[in-house]
Design a protein around this ligand. Structure first.
Ligand code: AVI
Length: 334
């Protein structure tokens, strides 16, 4: 199973999977308390990390195959079309730092062509990825492949693992446009932490989803088959498991709308009729039409994203995109 790149969201689901091979059956009080706090807010919220239990990850993988969900295949096409130019811009003798590496699939195409001496697969679910990193090591015997446990959504410090970055410049790799699931100020924090570890010759290869017609965006997050709706509603099932609530997922409609003021897709679950949801120690009434916010996905213009990279301390930036200019792969350098 492939889990989406770690954003502000999937870290705990990965930890559960790392520990038990499936989402935890008896989640911690902390998770329950976090869910209850979000549901009590005047605008109810469920943190998007709860979207990614085992079933949520399977549904996310299905989303990536949908006609409407262009990011995955567009990024793949950009990588394939511009592989030589991207590889040509990378430092020689690099250490490849795959942030939220999962099954390492996206790195493989680069490792076959770039001058890489070391591969660091970074993920919170280190037990889960170790087998994948070992497999990568067998495929590329000339590259020293290492799995590193880090919850980089909470802060990134790989200085011990990276060693002398002037001698072996790091190429940080963060594909999948997961940076868009962070609010911009948190995105700058993560990008700044990466910049603080590039050294003089390292760089960051990162993808971001770009602004486009809101109709295209909304369709990508509300597909005709209803896969994204199932993915979104599944979070109420997770909520019932973790919090012990009595949500009826079928009583909520999936909604995805583009908020132009914030430049983000918002995923909502909208109550179909007035209803009351109870859990041990709490309850929440929903009026018909009242929404729970479950995820933000920020979309940037190239200039806006370059601005974030500049704010984080990167002074040079190149972008590769597709013919429609829907998706951007950025190479940021000190
Ligand atoms: C993981 N992340 C980049 C996806 C996105 O597009 O923001 C999550 C997603 N949510 C609904 N569809 C996909």
């Amino acid at each position: 199973m492939t889990i989406p790149r770690q954003g502000p969201l999937q870290d705990r689901a990965k930890a559960d999977i790392a520990q038990s091979g499936h989402a935890a059956a008896r989640p911690s009080d902390r998770r329950a308390a976090e869910l209850a706090a979000g549901l009590r807010r005047s605008r109810a919220m469920i943190d998007p990390k709860f979207l990614y239990d085992t079933q949520g990850c399977v549904l996310f993988n299905a989303i990536c195959e949908l006609d409407e969900y262009y990011p995955t295949r567009t990024e793949r096409a950009i990588f394939e079309t511009h592989r030589d130019a991207i590889v040509g811009a990378l430092p020689a003798g690099a250490q490849w730092v795959d942030l939220g590496c999962g099954d390492c699939a996206k790195s493989r195409g680069f490792l076959a062509h770039a001058d890489v001496r070391r591969y660091l697969g970074v993920d919170i679910a280190v037990d889960w990825i170790r087998a994948e990193v070992d497999r990568l090591g067998r495929q590329f015997p000339g590259i020293d492949c290492v799995a590193v446990a880090a919850d980089f959504a909470q802060g990134l410090d790989l200085s011990d693992e990276l060693g002398d970055v002037a001698r072996m410049p790091p190429v940080f790799f963060y594909p999948g446009s997961s940076i868009g699931n962070f609010p911009p100020e948190r995105a700058v924090g993560l990008l700044g932490a990466i910049r603080g570890q590039t050294g003089p010759a390292g760089c960051l290869l990162i993808s971001a989803d770009l602004r486009k017609d809101p109709g295209v965006l909304e369709h990508a997050y509300a597909d005709d088959l209803g896969v994204t709706a199932a993915f979104n509603r599944n979070v109420l099932r997770v909520c019932n498991q973790v919090l012990g609530s009595d949500f009826h997922p079928e009583c909520f409609d999936h909604e995805a709308c583009f908020d132009a003021a914030h430049g983000r897709i918002e995923m909502h679950l909208v109550a179909r009729a007035p209803q009351r949801v109870r859990w041990p120690g709490g309850e929440r009434a929903f009026q018909a039409g009242e929404a729970i916010v479950t995820e933000y996905s920020y979309k940037y213009t190239p200039a806006q994203f370059e601005g974030l990279l500049a704010e984080a301390g990167f002074s040079r930036c190149r972008m590769w995109t597709d013919a429609r200019g829907w998706f951007g792969v950025f190479l940021a350098q000190p």
